[in-house]
Design a protein around this ligand. Structure first.
Ligand code: NOJ
Ligand code: CA
Length: 534
């Protein structure tokens, strides 16, 4: 069947945290040349696109999310030639390349900020959020930094405060200034002209703030132990309604290029589901895919997930395309959250069979779990400033083989390896018929082969016990049932209403395929099944 849908709807996106994917020059840190070496592996997984974490010039205070030159490559990661080779190699393997674009803030070492900070009358001054102290001489308002403390830093150089939603080394740009917009759109063009297939845009919901810098209200849902940032609602510091005008312009820029260049928004701290879907745009003219993080935020429980999938399907504007994320470089890995390898397998079946574009996180195809990091070894500034919030555990090196340092590097890597890496690595799992890696490849292949799985409709299949989440995908007369047993008990599902016989296409156990009677379906502990209905 001819595929007329754009690739970002039918395809699978895979996030590469470049620092931890493959080191090519023996410094213990992953780089672009290393990633290029691993393109055949990525193509072999059957995925369609890679999203690469930031590799631009950076003092690395927030590991690349603090950029001092948007059009240069950080030497740790390589050169522009390395980048061009990566894009050419990826494209030669039919893989799209999505860059991480970080427009909300620069590094404090960016020449724009250096100039802005030097003098109140600097032409670059208004490119950032400068403000007089509040009446008591303290910060201008009560806004908080996501990474701890006030969002305002007093600068003795010119005796004003500047705004930083993240670290004080990450000053927020003022997107209301036309010069900022023009300069940042130019940086997008720079990469689009070099052939990239789209952007994942960092904290897209934070780009514009309340014009009057009004205080944020108290969050009555705040609980002890939550990130102190959550003690306020961010009605004024985030989600300014006019951000949508800006996003439309960004989308126009992407649409002015040939090919289907994708705009993905990082939509995280959003107050409601309605607000979240507003990032598609009223006329679907903003983000193609505002990241849906709800599988990360909600409990790993069949009924919780079923309820959310239904709610999301209901609230999506007509024509808006869904998407799903299980893990990323900011959140605990799914194998850890779900609690076992069997559940990690189930989670991959969920991710790759729901309606909408899946984004996978490197290493999840191996069932990698969080690596505990002692407080004194922590590298992530968030974890160092706000205990318990560290993101190092989910950023550890990819496990390639059983040579020293798992084939990631020839020296001790910047973060430690997962315990048990000798058995968990790609080479070991490749040789194993029932490994999670084998399952992952089978799921991606099946999803590609069956239009029902990549573009079909979704409907919940109501059944008991409550530990099971089941749904039907349908397209062009073909019906596929997915049944997922979240519980640890074997169970029996009554499926007689679906017909007489079905064909098992895949089990998370990878040990059964073929025709089965449909009067009832038996599931083992944490088993997931994909069944084509006759
Ligand atoms: C979201 C990114 O995913 C995270 O890693 C980063 O620290 C913040 N934005 C700041 O850029
Ligand atoms: Ca390196």
């Amino acid at each position: 069947m001819h595929n007329i849908q754009p690739w970002w709807k039918t395809g699978v996106i895979y996030e590469v945290y470049v620092r931890s994917f493959q080191d090519s020059n023996g410094d213990g840190i992953g780089d672009l040349a290393g990633l290029t070496q691993r393109v055949p592996y990525l193509a072999g997984l059957g995925i369609d696109a890679i999203w690469i974490s930031p590799f631009y010039q950076s003092p690395m205070r927030d590991f690349g999310y603090d950029i001092s030159d948007y059009c240069a490559i950080e030497p740790i990661f390589g050169t522009l030639d390395d980048f061009d080779r990566l894009v050419a190699t990826a494209h030669a393997h039919s893989l799209k390349v999505i860059l991480d674009f970080v427009p909300n803030h620069t590094s404090d070492q960016h020449p724009w900020f250096v100039a802005a900070r030097a003098r109140r009358d600097s032409p670059k001054r208004d490119w950032y959020g400068w403000h007089e102290p509040g009446e008591d001489g303290g910060p201008p308002n009560n806004w908080l930094s996501i990474f701890g403390g006030s969002a305002w830093e007093y600068d003795t150089c010119t005796n004003q405060y500047y705004l930083h939603t993240f670290l004080k080394e990450q000053p927020d740009l003022n997107w209301r200034n036309p010069g900022v917009k023009a300069a940042m759109f130019d940086t997008m063009r720079f990469w689009l002209d070099r052939g990239v297939d789209g952007f994942r845009v960092d904290v897209i919901y934070a780009l514009l703030k309340d014009d009057f810098f009004r205080d944020d209200p108290t969050n009555l849902k705040f609980r002890p132990g939550d990130n102190p940032y959550e003690s306020l609602r961010h009605d004024n510091s985030l989600e300014s309604p006019d951000v949508h005008d800006l996003l439309r312009e960004m989308r126009e820029l992407l649409d002015s290029y040939d090919g289907e260049r994708v705009l993905i928004g990082e939509t995280f701290h959003l107050s409601t589901l309605e607000r979240f879907v507003s990032y598609y745009g009223k006329n679907l003219d903003e983000c193609h895919l505002p990241f849906n993080f709800q599988l990360i935020m909600r409990a790993w429980d069949a009924q919780t997930i079923r309820a959310f999938v239904e709610e999301y399907e209901q609230v999506l504007p007509i024509g808006a395309w869904p998407n799903w994320v299980l893990s990323n470089h900011d959140q605990h890995r799914i194998a850890t959250r779900a609690g076992s390898l069997a559940q990690a397998k189930l989670a991959q079946m969920l991710l790759l069979t729901l309606r909408g574009t899946p984004t996978c996180y490197y290493g999840d195809e191996l069932g990698m779990s969080n690596v505990p990091i002692a407080l004194e070894d922590e590298r992530d500034p968030f974890g160092i400033r706000v205990p318990g919030q560290g993101r190092d555990p989910e950023r550890t090196p990819m496990l390639w083989d059983s040579t020293p340092y798992a084939g990631f590097s020839t020296v001790k890597p910047w973060l430690p390896l997962t315990d048990g890496w000798q058995d968990l690595n790609v080479a070991a799992q490749q040789a194993e018929a029932t490994s999670i890696l084998t399952l992952f490849r089978a799921l991606v292949a099946l999803r590609r082969a069956l239009p029902t799985l990549h573009i079909g409709s979704y409907a919940t299949f109501a059944c008991t016990p409550s530990s099971v989440f089941a749904y039907l995908r349908e397209h062009g007369g073909e019906r596929v049932l997915i049944v997922l047993q979240f519980g640890a008990e074997p169970c029996v599902i009554d499926t007689a209403v679906l017909g007489v016989r079905g064909e098992v296409l895949l089990s998370t156990y990878l040990d059964r395929i073929g025709s089965i009677p449909l009067d009832q379906i038996q599931l083992r502990a944490h088993e997931g099944l994909i069944v084509r209905l006759a």
